[in-house]
Design a protein around this ligand. Structure first.
Ligand code: NAP
Length: 238
């Protein structure tokens, strides 16, 4: 399916997977609403997308802020006339023993990884229902399917995001709204507190690998839905 003039909201678009996806979809002619907290980095992505010929709006804020999310959705619908797809990609990890996790860290991870996904879905779905179609892609993790020592906070947040997505899929399928979940292994981004391209991450998936994968899911014919997609670098055991 062509993405020309399709409106796509991407959260976490200032760097990593979200940035690579924004630039990939810009080349395909999509209209973009890009969301993140870092204004300078997001503006740079907007300019790159525009230089590739795309229309791109930016929204600087936190995905866990309800008023902010409502504004992103309303402004996107007003500016572009539709919300064809939503990619809930913003997220981060904290890896500690459960006894070492602060309440603030717990709340922050759940606010971003779970509440942010919920808020964007809740606000976008009415527009998709009115249009009679839509596509939500939630970027989870392979640790939405397995756990590890030190992963109680991050893994449980990704399990929650995944369970929300699975239930949501059942709610909105009758409305012709697709819900896809991507379960990714290691990706060379800022997620691991290293810069993209760091030698420690050379065997990881690249953010472009992820962008290509999400583009593939988004481009499926109207009657096809890729409900789940698991992806790893060959160097990572699974
Ligand atoms: N890298 C991996 O190995 C890996 C593996 C599996 C899954 N994932 C998932 O992939 C997604 C993208 O991560 P990445 O690897 O691309 O990491 P990244 O390079 O650190 O990018 C994360 C993006 O999320 C944004 N973000 C974080 N918290 C936010 C908030 N509260 N509100 C708005 N934006 C926020 C960041 O922008 P600002 O800081 O400017 O807000 C940034 O654009 C995450 O959901 C992550 O859990 C990553």
């Amino acid at each position: 399916m062509s993405l020309i003039n399709q409106t796509v909201i991407i959260t976490g678009a200032s760097k990593g997977i979200g940035r690579a996806l924004a630039l990939t979809l810009a080349k395909e002619g999509a209209n973009l609403s890009l969301v993140a907290r870092s204004e300078q980095e997001l503006t740079a992505v907007q300019e790159e997308a525009q230089n590739l010929g795309a229309k791109a709006s930016i929204f600087v804020g936190n995905v866990a802020d309800e008023a902010f999310v409502k504004n992103v959705i309303e402004q996107t619908a007003t500016t572009f006339g539709s919300i064809d797809a939503l990619v809930n990609n913003a997220g981060f990890g904290i890896f500690k023993q459960a006894t070492e996790i602060t309440t603030a860290e717990w709340d922050d991870i759940y606010a971003t990884n779970v509440k942010g996904t919920f808020l964007f879905c809740r606000e976008a779905i009415p527009f998709m229902k009115t249009a009679g179609k839509g596509h939500i892609i939630n970027i989870a993790s392979d640790v939405a399917k397995r756990v590890f020592d030190g992963g109680s906070l991050y893994c449980s947040s990704k399990y929650a995001q995944d369970a929300f997505s699975m239930a949501l899929r059942k709610e909105v399928r009758k409305d012709n709204i697709k819900v896809s979940v991507v379960y990714s292994g290691l990706v060379d981004t800022y997620f691991h507190n290293r810069v993209e391209g760091d030698a420690h991450q050379e065997k990881y998936l690249s953010s472009q690998d992820m962008a290509n994968t999400i583009h593939y899911i988004l481009s499926a014919p109207a009657h096809v839905v890729i409900d789940e997609l698991m992806i790893h670098p060959i160097s990572q055991e699974y």
